[in-house]
Write a protein that binds this ligand. Structure first.
Ligand code: NAP
Ligand code: GLV
Length: 315
């Protein structure tokens, strides 16, 4: 069995991955893919494949994404048709150590706003001793856009703090004590009670630009926005307008239209915006390699891998 590996970032530790996969699958021949390598491959592990890496590899049995999101891979195919050989399974990472990190990120951000730390920070800057009444937990409704592997884990953790949580997804969900809304028709009802909006949707043509001025006008006035999914889902200029108009009181953003964020970007210095550099949840190599190798074994046995991407839905 031949496995090719490619990650475009020069700082990425590909050797660790190649050795780790090799140890887990001793029967395989694992190699770093480099331009010009057309030798046979049964499986490919990639973050962003170049056209040359996968095109014409019709006998490949599976392409594994090194992340949860496959938007970059699918966009590559859109820009350069043929990057992905036809009808070959594309498999994404499910959790792989990311769920816990998302829980940490979301809980710390939500508590920051719930305990009014953003406002106390501003009073501190003015040397003002100004106690405020706490928010009423029942009225501090948290809406989670996306209730998949990561969204659900975030919802479960927020419930442990007794927050009122509701979710919005494509199909209905049954989660204890969580109100489920689904489809475009229920988006307005979902938004109408949200004091906090957390986005953990995959980036697809359906979700791109979803966080826009019209959406910000539908949440509770002075709401908080936490975007941990993809930058393209947020219309950045609309967020600035929504903050100016008071629809949004603060935003915590991990992802951006352009990454790294340009140092001229207004978000850097905005008093109501907190920024992190796309670190909400990193792929944990050991967990990810275990999952990928288990999936390769499944495919070899003729079974279906877990995390198969539906190419028509784009996630
Ligand atoms: P997932 O398991 O595929 O879940 C996706 C969820 O979004 C599902 O609940 C799905 O609904 C819902 N959804 C998709 N399209 C929709 C639409 N048009 N309308 C309403 N709901 C829709 O994905 P995941 O593993 O939770 O990951 C989510 C995303 O997080 C990834 O795609 C990635 O972009 C992002 N991410 C970011 C970081 C970071 O560090 N910032 C790290 C990892 C992942 P159904 O359940 O009804 O299908
Ligand atoms: C990271 O953003 C991922 O999609 O895994």
């Amino acid at each position: 069995m031949n496995i090719i590996f490619f990650h475009p970032a020069s700082h990425f530790n590909s050797d660790k991955w190649i050795q780790g996969i090799q140890t887990r699958l001793p029967e395989a021949n694992v190699r770093q893919w480099v331009s010009g390598d057309n030798a046979p491959a049964d499986y490919a592990l990639v973050w962003l494949p170049s056209y040359e890496m996968l095109a014409n590899r019709q006998d490949i049995k599976g392409i594994f994404s090194l992340g949860a999101g496959v938007d970059a891979i699918l966009n590559q195919e859109l820009e350069n048709p043929g990057t992905l050989p036809e009808a070959i399974p594309l498999i994404r990472l499910e959790d792989a150590g990311m769920a816990r990190q998302m829980q940490e990120y979301v809980v710390s951000s939500v508590l920051y706003y719930f305990r009014r730390m953003d406002e106390y920070k501003q009073y501190q800057e003015q040397r003002l001793w100004h106690p405020m009444p706490p928010y009423n937990r029942k009225e501090f409704v948290i809406g989670v856009l996306g209730a998949g592997v990561l969204g659900r884990s975030v919802i479960e953790k927020l419930r442990e703090f007794d927050f009122s949580v509701r979710c919005w997804s494509r199909t209905p969900k049954q989660i204890d004590h969580v109100e489920s809304f689904y489809g475009k028709a229920q988006l307005g009802d979902f938004l109408s009670e949200c004091k906090v909006l957390i986005n953990i949707l995959p980036d697809t043509p359906e979700t791109r630009g979803l966080l826009n001025l019209s959406l910000f006008q539908q949440v509770k006035p002075g709401s908080y926005v936490i975007n941990i999914a993809r930058g393209a889902q947020l219309v950045e200029q609309d967020l600035l307008i929504a903050i100016d108009k008071g629809y949004v009181a603060g935003a915590t953003l991990d992802v951006f239209v352009e990454e790294p964020l340009s140092n001229l970007h207004p978000f850097w210095t905005h008093p109501r915006i907190n920024i992190t550099p796309h670190i909400a949840a990193k792929t944990m190599p050991d967990e990810a390699m275990d999952i990928i190798c288990e999936n390769i074994r499944r495919i070899e046995k003729g079974e279906s891998p877990s995390g198969l991407v539906d190419m028509t839905l784009g996630y």
